[in-house]
Unconditional design. Structure first.
Lengths: 576, 273, 348
């Protein structure tokens, strides 16, 4: 790339970044996040939303293969472009204010004051210049971090991450500190809702140290494990699993009911995600009406278990569960059979249609005698002893924790099933079908049967989710079963990496858990889901935790020993 | 979901019968005749080739043998079983495996997994067994994995690339992997669609040698499709020539080389040169 | 030619479904008509409403069909492009109404509003193509579909953030109130405007695609992108133009929709979007005439069917199930005639 062209492209990305910042302000994200303190009285998340883009663009632009001095100039140029666009938009908005608010309803005068540093007594013109200067300076800083030695880079990133994470976990960390009798610590770490200055400095330092030390620690641990004999390694693996289960088991007692509630929500999406992952990730069938199965499971359960439902059987939930699973698998087969011959994108739209039909029917007067219309079905009994029971070690379990334990159990079971299927003849057949249907068929795979199997399997998992949902809320109403549920589950699967089991878990935490911690974010949740779907598909279609690489590692680990391969050709043909 | 077990032919005279017999096969697409009244046989343990210029209907015919298309009229019998109405997966179950002209691997699966999928029809594990870990599922997986490594070695793909995604293999290895995948089903008949397409002369020679070796060492029956005549002359015993969807000649390489219709229809240019 | 009768479970289910539909439709219609629930005038009004609704669907459906014809992808976010046009044009309408222009010179003001809607939708459609779809042109089909779903969420929620999340009431145009008589049939003026505008726009589009150089290039790209590129056609440009035209039509549809319903909201893109897609499929996706016919058929069906089919069975509040009719049509068409009511199966 010639210098001129690379400068031009620096300006271009700078302008794009500026546009993104203007968008973040205009859409209201920046001001919503300004309510969330990172360091009390000094820095809010809203600031960070505007600080990070120029930093990042400087960092990225300076990463180009150019001489060091030029890399910094380019970063600066990009930052200037960002700043110019942002400042210009700011001035324009000020000029059009207050009329602009009639169109862009978030662009209030207080927002403009915030962006233009009015609190420092600046006029709009000076405020714009300050913004321009800040953007350039931040981009330069980003560029400097990029050209700095790797240790510095790690330290900076680590420190930043630590700061943000520690301030974000305030809503549940502070109550925990108080609960465990550490009011002093709570007082020291958090001033008001953000971090104190001193604790912020400490956290920055700690983050930097950890980030620098981490790679070395990790490689040491890895090489130790690699050096260990297979028996020890097996024991280590079991130990890790046991520690993990023990952690999950005791989590509600330490986390408090708010976080447990969040975990339950995440758990539902992990379960649904694992089910949809079989359909979308393994078999490559895009199901946009997954919520229909969730609804079917919930309503079947409510019908069978609620004494006030049309059936009025009032069965025990655990007896109802197998009935519901069988029924739902049949529904999956019945819906699946006619549509599975369709091409992929049509299948997606048809399933979406089914989801919407289910949604409308649930709330309709037509089915009101059975499904209760908009009122749904109430008085669904809780699955275990009316929601209060005792567990060893943990003691009395009540509230959201009562759902947490069985739900975790089902999640682990679903993950286990998904794992077993993945590395089996069935899982490979699904993958083959996903990759190339014709070839899969020529390889002897009965495509229709395997599609039906995937569909029914996904349906069953979704229905179990619905069954738990019904008993968790002790009732069902149609409002819980909208298209957005389908799309959210899809986003969870896509973000984590289609076909990847750990991906589903990470995806659910990122997309369901994070918004719960960032309450201000709730309004923009769907916006972010949309952005995630686009960004992942365009930039990183394999997702956060790609499926393939894990698969590769796993198979590498199972390669047979050298000697086993010495097989004569005759022996091969003998089997034929 | 289990494919039907292949007919086991124990009786010695069965060996004399051709493995595959196509009778009067005609295939039309909306009035266009792609294949007209083709009679065709593949004797056991032979290498047979179908050649013809581009657009002669070779691939259409091939696709009918593997069940992708169903003949408009005529029958195709494999080991005495009529396969002309069967779906491709059932044909594969009987012991017909194929490769593709424009390599079609399962790109985002590992090399090893590609071969293991190829063994699908010879495996029996069902989904419920896989979940429960019962029914000898582990042994079957282990045996399949071992067999897959053997086949990779046989076709000459390094063990080191077994865990790579198949799309990341070099071109020649992708061709070989496709063959390994086909071999994994223990086929009786191996259909190779232009196995040397896109290869240089050196690679082409290697591939033809390899095809010969496959027949010798695995006692396979092989049908080749080629439009490059030089490739098939050395390796095949019988050659069928298609032109405009019709069979215009059949015979040994020497007969084909001397056949005036073939020279006219197909080798015209080379013959005058 | 002997062929074994291969009746699988799937076929059985499909046949059962066919029979159930035919029986259901017949019984429902006969019962309703025999009870004469509605008067002839009421049926006629429903029909006209259906046609005007269908015209809007048809305009949106053209965008789906154009993009599908050229790129073979379902632009799921197209409904939100439609919404964006209607929403943005609201501000123009509001301004013109405040100035009084809307009522003093409605036939200048309304075209301006339509233009604002069309231009703003075009901009979004172009950005959408450039950012979300162009990088994925060689990706497997499901990838751009997932992106499109994401883009749909992103656009609608951006509008919610930018413009606010309440319902916005479109100003009334006095000149468009009331009815006028066509051959003795009273027609709501708003419906007449929608139908006429839609017909004009569709005719222009048809002429454009069939008769102009760019239109020919579009058809060439839809046949075979690579060959078109070899023949000197700038494929990227043609695809952008396709999105632009689709966007403009959707924007105009957004304004027309607002004229009929008098209100807009950020979430209004989804249902008309999916119904317009149904219309496009109904008419055979990729076909311009098909999209128009499909839109009309769906509009009329949606308007008549709840009363005609469901009321006959004594279903309470059948109009709640309007959307079920539309989605059932979608599902059934895709299952039984994925190439559309008027199309022919793809040869294989």
């Amino acid at each position: 790339m010639s210098l001129g062209a690379s400068l031009r492209s620096a300006v271009k990305v700078g302008l794009i970044t500026g546009a993104v910042m203007v968008y973040l302000v205009a859409v209201g994200i920046a001001s919503a996040f300004a309510k969330r303190e990172v360091v009390t009285g000094f820095l809010t998340l809203g600031h960070l939303m505007l600080v990070i883009p120029p930093l990042a663009i400087g960092y990225i632009v300076a990463g180009r293969p150019l001489p060091t001095s030029q890399r910094l100039t380019h970063a600066l140029v990009a930052g200037l472009a960002t700043g110019v666009l942002f400042a210009a938009a700011f001035l324009l908005a000020v000029a059009l204010s207050p009329g602009i608010r009639l169109v862009l309803n978030r662009v209030s005068s207080s927002l403009l004051d915030f962006v233009g540093f009015r609190s420092l007594g600046l006029e709009p013109g000076t405020g714009a210049l300050l913004n321009l200067g800040l953007a350039a300076a931040l981009a330069l800083v980003g560029g400097l971090v990029q050209v700095a030695p790797v240790t510095v880079r790690r330290a900076v990133v680590g420190a930043g991450t630590a700061l943000v994470v520690m301030s974000m976990v305030e809503p549940f960390l502070r109550p925990r500190l108080l609960q465990f009798g550490l009011p002093g610590a709570a007082q020291f770490v958090y001033r008001s809702h953000g971090l104190g200055m001193v604790s912020a400095a400490l956290i920055l330092a700690l983050g930097a140290v950890l980030a620098v030390g981490w790679p070395r620690m990790r490689s040491t641990v890895r090489s130790r494990i690699a050096a260990a004999d297979p028996a020890t390694r097996g024991m280590l693996r079991w130990a890790a699993i046991l520690v993990g289960i023990a952690f999950l088991y005791t989590l509600p007692s330490i986390s408090g009911s708010f976080l447990t509630q969040v975990l339950v929500l995440v758990g539902f999406y992990v379960l649904l995600g694992l089910g949809l992952n079989i359909v979308v990730g393994y078999a490559g069938l895009l199901d946009l009406g997954y919520v229909a199965f969730y609804a079917v499971g919930a309503y079947f359960t409510a019908l069978i278990t609620s004494p006030t439902s049309a059936l009025g059987w009032g069965l025990n939930w655990w007896i109802a569960l197998p009935i519901v699973i069988v029924l739902s698998a049949m529904v999956g087969l019945f819906i699946g059979a006619p549509v599975l011959r369709l091409r992929g994108d049509y299948l997606a739209i048809v399933t979406l249609g089914f989801g919407e039909i289910a949604r409308v029917l649930l709330g309709s007067d037509a089915l009101k005698p059975w499904l209760g219309g908009p009122n749904g079905i109430l008085s669904v009994p809780f699955m275990i002893d009316d929601g209060t029971y005792f567990l060893p070690i943990v003691g009395k379990v009540t509230g959201p924790a009562a759902t947490y334990f069985p739900l975790m159990g089902f999640c682990i079971l679903a993950a286990f099933i998904a794992y077993r299927l993945k590395y089996s003849r069935t899982g490979r057949a699904w993958n083959a079908m996903r990759e190339d249907e014709d070839v899969a068929q020529a390889t002897g795979i009965s495509v229709v049967n395997y599609k039906l199997l995937a569909f029914a399997m996904g349906a069953s998992v979704g229905c179990v989710g619905g069954a738990i949902y019904a008993t968790h809320l002790q009732g069902v109403v149609p409002g819980g079963f909208v298209l957005l549920v389908s799309i959210t589950v899809l986003a969870v699967v896509v973000l984590g990496g289609m076909g990847s089991i750990p991906g589903v878990i990470v995806g659910a935490f990122a997309l369901i858990g994070t918004p719960e911690l960032l309450r201000e974010f709730a309004e923009y949740k769907l916006l972010v889901y949309g952005a995630v779907l686009v960004a992942v598909m365009v930039l990183r279609p394999e997702g956060l935790i790609p499926d393939a690489s894990r698969r590769a590692e796993l198979e590498e680990a199972r390669q047979p020993e050298e000697g086993e391969l010495q097989v004569e050709y005759d022996e091969i043909s003998g089997e034929a | 979901m289990t494919a039907a077990d292949p007919e086991v032919t124990t009786d010695a005279s069965a060996d004399e019968r051709p493995l595959l017999v196509a009778t009067d096969v005609t295939k039309t697409f909306e009035g266009l005749v792609a294949n007209r009244d083709i009679d065709f046989e593949i004797p056991r343990h032979s290498i047979v080739a179908i050649i013809g210029p581009n657009g002669a209907g070779k691939t259409t015919f091939f696709n009918q043998l593997s069940g992708v298309y169903h003949p408009t009229s005529g029958t195709i019998e494999f080991e005495g079983i009529d396969i002309s109405g069967m779906p491709p997966h059932a044909v594969a179950g009987l012991g017909v495996a194929r490769t593709y002209q424009n390599i079609r691997l399962f790109q985002n699966m590992t090399v090893l997994a590609n071969v293991m999928v190829g063994r699908h029809v010879r495996m029996h594990g069902q989904w419920y067994q896989a979940i429960a870990g019962l029914g000898g599922i582990r042994q079957e997986e282990e045996a399949t994995r071992r067999r897959a490594f053997e086949l990779l070695e046989l076709v000459g793909i390094s063990r080191r690339s077994a865990a790579d995604l198949s799309k990341n293999l070099p071109y020649g290895d992708q061709r070989r992997l496709e063959i390994a995948r086909a071999l994994a089903s223990d086929p009786k008949l191996l259909l190779l669609d232009e196995p040397t397409a896109g290869m240089n002369p050196g690679e082409t020679r290697q591939m033809t040698d390899f095809i010969g070796r496959l027949r010798r060492e695995l006692k396979l029956t092989i049908l080749l499709i080629e439009h490059d005549m030089k490739v098939v002359m050395g390796v095949s015993e019988r050659i069928t020539v298609l032109d405009y969807g019709e069979k215009i000649a059949e015979g040994t390489p020497a007969e084909i080389r001397a056949n005036p219709r073939v020279i006219e229809a197909y080798l015209g240019k080379q013959a005058t040169a | 030619m002997r062929r074994p009768l291969n009746l699988s479970l799937v076929d059985v289910i499909l046949w059962a479904l066919r029979v159930a539909i035919v029986v259901g439709v017949a019984v429902g219609t006969i019962t309703t008509l025999s009870t004469t629930r509605l008067s002839g005038d009421q049926w006629r009004d429903l029909l006209i409403f259906g046609i005007s609704q269908g015209s809007v669907y048809a305009l949106i459906a053209l965008g789906y069909t154009l993009v599908y014809g050229v790129l073979l992808m379902i632009n799921f976010a197209h409904g939100d492009v439609f919404m964006f046009g209607g929403m943005t044009a609201f501000f123009a309408a509001d301004w013109l109404s405040d100035n009084g222009v809307l009522n003093t010179a409605p036939f200048i003001a309304v075209p301006i509003i339509l233009l604002v809607g069309a231009v703003s939708s075009t901009v979004v459609a172009l950005l959408l193509e450039r950012i979300a779809y162009r990088p994925l042109r060689r990706a497997p089909r499901l990838v751009p579909l997932i992106t499109a779903i994401g883009a749909s969420l992103f656009i609608s929620n951006s509008v919610r953030g930018l413009y606010g999340d309440g319902v916005m009431a479109y100003p009334r145009v006095d000149a468009f109130q009331g009815t006028f008589n066509l051959l003795g049939i009273p027609i709501l003026k708003t419906h007449a405007i929608v139908i006429v505008s839609a017909v004009v726009l569709m005719t222009v589009l048809y002429w454009f695609v069939e008769r102009t150089r760019t239109g020919r290039a579009m058809r060439a790209v839809s046949e075979d992108k690579d060959t078109a590129a070899l023949m000197g056609i700038d494929v990227d440009r043609i695809i952008s133009i396709t999105f632009a035209i689709g966007g403009a039509l959707a924007g105009a549809a957004g304004v027309l929709y607002a004229i009929v319903y008098n209100q807009v909201i950020w979430s209004m893109g989804f249902l008309p979007g999916i119904k317009a897609f149904t219309a496009a499929v109904l008419g055979g996706i990729g076909s311009i005439v098909g999209a128009m016919l499909g839109g009309l058929v769906l509009g009329v069906l949606e308007s008549l069917a709840p009363t005609l089919l469901l009321a006959g069975f004594g279903v309470p509040s059948p109009n709640q199930l309007r959307d079920v009719i539309a989605f059932s049509v979608l599902v059934l068409v895709l299952i039984f005639r994925p190439y559309g009511l008027f199309g022919r199966p793809e040869s294989k």
